[in-house]
Design a protein around this ligand. Structure first.
Ligand SMILES: [Fe+2]
Length: 200
């Protein structure tokens, strides 16, 4: 007997290596610290012990280069899974920076009101805390069978190491969090939300 299997409802997580990221990060690093100087309070969203900027950095000239990269990568990601990017295009609707000093982390959360979300790493020392994603199929864990290996079908949580110059993009509804920064250096990243809008 031949068995056929269909896998439905997959969850994509894309990662992009940003070209010339050393140069880009050299410009972004002081720009992020300058934002914290202006607004040391920041906002409380998912951050525990860390600083989270207000979320309109997409309107700030210093962040336009990374916004452009986010849109290009978002279009590539959306096209790949069948979003209509002939009639629509993508825009970054909000963008914010996060500074996680030692022991800071981010609680599990998702990003409402957008289609794709992402993060770009500006400074990420060894052991600065990875980003983890949880299996969105909550009910799939009511019963866990004994398993022989971790596969995309049996894993409950996947962690990506934070790597300078890498951009990760994922569906905005996907729950995620950030592990504690166990290094002695600040961990800096830029996060963003992407929406789709009619091409003009
Ligand atoms: Fe997030």
């Amino acid at each position: 007997m031949t068995v056929k299997r269909d896998d439905w409802f997959p969850t994509p997580i894309w990662h992009f290596e940003v070209p010339n990221h050393e140069e880009l990060n050299q410009k972004l690093l002081p720009a992020i610290y300058a934002e914290r100087e202006k607004d040391s309070q920041g906002v409380n969203w998912s951050n525990s012990l860390g600083w989270h900027s207000k979320d309109y950095l997409n309107q700030h000239p210093a962040f336009q280069e990374v916004i452009k990269i986010a849109v290009t990568n978002g279009i590539e990601a959306g096209t790949e899974v069948g979003f209509d990017l002939t009639r629509f295009t993508m825009i970054v609707t909000n963008c914010w920076a996060i500074i996680n000093p030692k022991f800071a982390s981010n609680f599990v959360h998702n990003h409402p009101n957008s289609v794709l979300s992402g993060v770009y790493y500006v400074k990420a020392a060894e052991n600065c805390g990875g980003i983890f994603f949880r299996d969105p199929r909550d009910v799939a864990h009511i019963f866990m069978p004994n398993i022989t290996e971790l596969t995309p079908w049996t894993i409950q949580k996947i962690t990506y190491k934070a790597t300078e110059g890498t951009m990760i993009i994922f569906p905005s509804w996907l729950n995620h969090g950030v592990e504690a920064n166990l290094s002695d250096e600040d961990r800096l990243c830029i996060s963003f939300n992407i929406s789709m809008t009619y091409r003009t």
